[in-house]
Design a protein around this ligand. Structure first.
Ligand code: PLP
Length: 457
């Protein structure tokens, strides 16, 4: 089982390589040379497994040379022990919405599901055995806390987390800056999430710096994260026991929904994948018009989706452009030199075979939270609400599963605004509200970030 770069097919990597590197040399993203395709009989067998068994089956396809099946099973078991739900996720019917709650992990966001596994993989693959690994990650709020929960106090691992200063929710920041051990460093960057992501990409592309600090990444461009997220598409599809199922996914960096695309490639007969965006609607625009043109980031009440450069979209492009790596590289060059690229009609049509997209404004999001509470006494977080909103624009599609990406408590201020109620902290969140927050405010500059990292290691 090999991996290659979306911008250069001739480069070959092992799972361990791509796990450690995150980003391919020259800036491309990693994809596997082969994606396992299940037939009807296989799917029938898989449909009888519990969540952990299903996770072992699916994830094993992507790392068969590095991790033995039985070791992977226990790694997964260990990773999901800390979840409130034995089955990790929870599928609920609320009115005519099928809600897949993905937020019962230690930091109340779907990102825990991949990050807990990744944390244990760092140990299992022994990547930090001889030399300390320094992980650098950009976050729009939730990746950071999930990574901290997964990597705090691990041996020979430091974690540097860049979040956009004052642009994440108070609870998001509070979790991130209070739960970590001495190996965790929080940096509040004076810029947007896109700035944070750009800095991290720059550091990865600088070979000498990357080698010097033995740098690794856990952003959603890390293939291992996508792999872990494929599992819940299968799981909920089987649970719902319907024929024609689409998924509505609150989307930022295009990682979570891309996992659904891979699930479909693996033979799961998903109908459509619905991209829900907020005002930062680059993905809605590219899917509906073919123009990929990042705008400046506008702050919204769904900060984890305040992203204009949706990195994982490159992984879709690779297949849309008929696996032509040179063409992917050339569009990505256009993006960095002209700040846009355009897709041809046949390419847009190809995207539309699998994807739909809808934009949901802040006002609509607040209304959805309010209606959901009034009609069903059920509280959803603003990100999940965009998924509900997008699903409502595609009622003709039949059954839709909305991915619930965060627990409402993480966005209490917005919930208060929508329904006039304060929320209690969920029991399994081990948050010490009075604990002093530790983070440093850093200029929006890769040079400053490098200096900071070097001063801490
Ligand atoms: C990260 C995140 C998203 C966006 O997921 P992507 O994989 O970046 O598209 C949506 N909602 C919440 C709550 C998130 O934390």
């Amino acid at each position: 089982m090999n991996y290659f770069s979306t911008r250069n097919k001739s480069l070959k990597f092992s799972f361990k390589d791509i796990f450690l590197r995150g980003l391919a040399p020259g800036g491309g993203l990693f994809l596997p040379t082969k994606i396992k395709k299940y037939n009807k009989e296989d799917l029938n067998i898989l449909s009888h497994l519990n969540y952990n068994e299903l996770a072992s089956e699916i994830i094993f396809n992507f790392c068969p040379n590095e991790i033995k099946k039985n070791e992977l099973s226990s790694l997964i078991q260990k990773s999901y022990n800390c979840f409130k739900n034995k089955e990790v996720v929870n599928l609920k019917k609320i009115g005519d919405i099928n809600l897949l709650e993905l937020y019962h992990g230690p930091t109340l966001a779907f990102k825990d599901i991949a990050m807990q596994v990744i944390g244990n993989m760092y140990d299992h693959l022994q990547v930090a055995k001889n030399k300390t690994v320094n992980i650098v990650v950009a976050t729009s709020g939730d990746t950071g806390s999930a990574a901290i929960a997964a990597l705090s106090n691990r041996k020979n691992i430091n974690l540097f987390v860049l979040h956009p200063h004052n642009k994440i929710s108070n609870i998001q920041r509070k979790i991130m800056t209070t739960i970590g051990g001495a190996n965790i460093f929080n940096m509040a960057i004076e810029g947007s999430f896109d700035d944070c992501q750009k800095i991290v990409k720059e550091l990865f592309n600088e070979d000498s710096f990357r080698a010097r600090i033995n740098m690794s990444g856990v952003n959603s461009i890390n293939w291992a994260r996508i792999v872990c997220q494929i599992v819940y598409y299968f799981y909920s599809f089987f649970k719902l026991k319907k024929k024609n199922i689409s998924f509505s996914v609150p989307t930022g960096n295009f990682g979570d929904i891309y996992a659904g695309y891979v699930a479909k490639k693996m033979g799961l007969p998903i109908n459509k994948l619905i991209v829900a965006t907020n005002k930062n609607d680059i993905l809605q625009r590219v899917i509906n018009t073919g123009e990929y043109k990042p705008d400046t980031v506008k702050p919204t009440i769904t900060p984890s989706m305040d992203i204009q450069v949706a990195s994982n979209f490159e992984r879709l492009l690779y297949y849309i452009l008929d696996e032509n790596d040179t063409k992917v590289g050339s569009l990505m060059n256009d993006l960095s030199s002209k700040n846009l690229f355009n897709l041809e009609k046949k390419e847009i049509d190809k995207i539309k075979e699998d994807f739909k997209a809808a934009k949901v404004t802040d006002e609509e999001t607040l209304n959805i939270i309010n209606e959901m509470y009034k009609e069903h006494k059920f509280i959803i977080d603003p990100h999940t609400a965009t998924g509900v909103g997008a699903a409502k624009s595609f009622k003709n599609l039949g059954d839709i599963v909305v991915l619930g990406t965060a627990h409402p408590y993480k966005f209490s201020d917005t919930i208060k605004k929508a329904i006039g109620k304060n929320l209690d902290s969920p029991e399994h969140l081990k948050l010490n509200i009075d604990k002093k927050e530790t983070f440093d405010i850093i200029n929006n500059s890769s040079l400053e970030v490098k200096k900071y990292i070097l001063s801490k290691i």
